[in-house]
Ligand binder design. Structure first.
Ligand code: ZN
Length: 245
């Protein structure tokens, strides 16, 4: 493989409907994976232009700053219109091209059901693109590649997790990445009106939730994930030989 091709490879690609979705749902895990030596990437499907606060230009700046904090190797924006994330051929092809370009082992997407329709719609769009990415007659000019799994992270609606990533050592960095979104989250100095996500208690809930799912799994801070097909284990002993809090 040529060097220029090699650098395109991203091991874990995390998708969000809006800039900041990935940070909220799996920012700690993504940072942990980076520390473990994997190449990581974030794909924002929209520019978040329907957001009540901040401008598109501000969102780009914040997203870039957050990506730096999480040390992601690549952040891309697919510029699908905010509020209109349609599961159509055009949008699937945008994602398929990206998956085939980066050849990730795993991709991460929002859970299929959520309060915000964009999150559920993104989930279905990404899941279908993931499947067709492995079908060689779709975009036959680019070799097929299907990542092994789609891991789903939590947005507003909760689910029974298939597993929890221990982010005890990464929670502070996740929190700092969220604080990079000065226009979006709790920031008493921001001049615009208060919103659901800019309230103090929303930011508090980021910590409560990480503590809650961490507590369920026996660690201090955790991020919950759901997978569609169960895990097959060869040897459960090393997996479960771990003291819980
Ligand atoms: Zn969102």
């Amino acid at each position: 493989m040529k060097n220029s091709e090699k650098t395109l490879q991203i091991d874990i690609l995390a998708f969000g409907a809006h800039p900041d979705d990935v940070e909220l749902g799996c920012g700690g895990s993504l940072f942990k994976l980076k520390k473990l030596g994997y190449r990581t990437g974030i794909v924002d499907l929209t520019e978040g232009e329907l957001g009540s606060r901040g401008t598109v230009a501000e969102r780009y700046k914040e997203a870039a700053e957050s990506a730096e904090i999480l040390e992601v190797d690549e952040r891309t924006n697919l510029k699908i219109p905010d509020g209109q994330i349609l599961n159509n051929q055009e949008n699937r092809k945008k994602i398929i091209r990206l998956i085939r370009k980066h050849q990730p082992v795993l991709i991460i997407a929002p859970y299929p059901e959520d309060r915000h329709p964009d999150h559920g719609n993104s989930s279905r769009l990404i899941t279908e693109a993931w499947f067709f990415s492995g079908v060689k007659k779709v975009l036959p000019e680019i070799p097929p590649h299907r990542p092994f799994r789609v891991l789903y992270y939590m947005a507003k609606y909760e689910f029974e997790p298939s597993f929890v990533m221990d982010i005890t050592g990464e929670f502070d960095t996740k929190f700092r990445a969220l604080q990079a979104y000065k226009s979006q989250f709790y920031n008493p100095e921001w001049p615009e009106e208060q919103t659901f996500i800019s309230s103090r208690w929303f930011m508090d809930s980021v910590e409560f939730r990480a503590r809650h799912f961490g507590w369920m799994a026996g660690v201090k801070y955790g991020e919950p994930f759901w997978i569609r097909e169960p895990l097959a284990l060869d040897d459960p002993v090393p997996i479960f030989s771990r003291k819980i809090l």
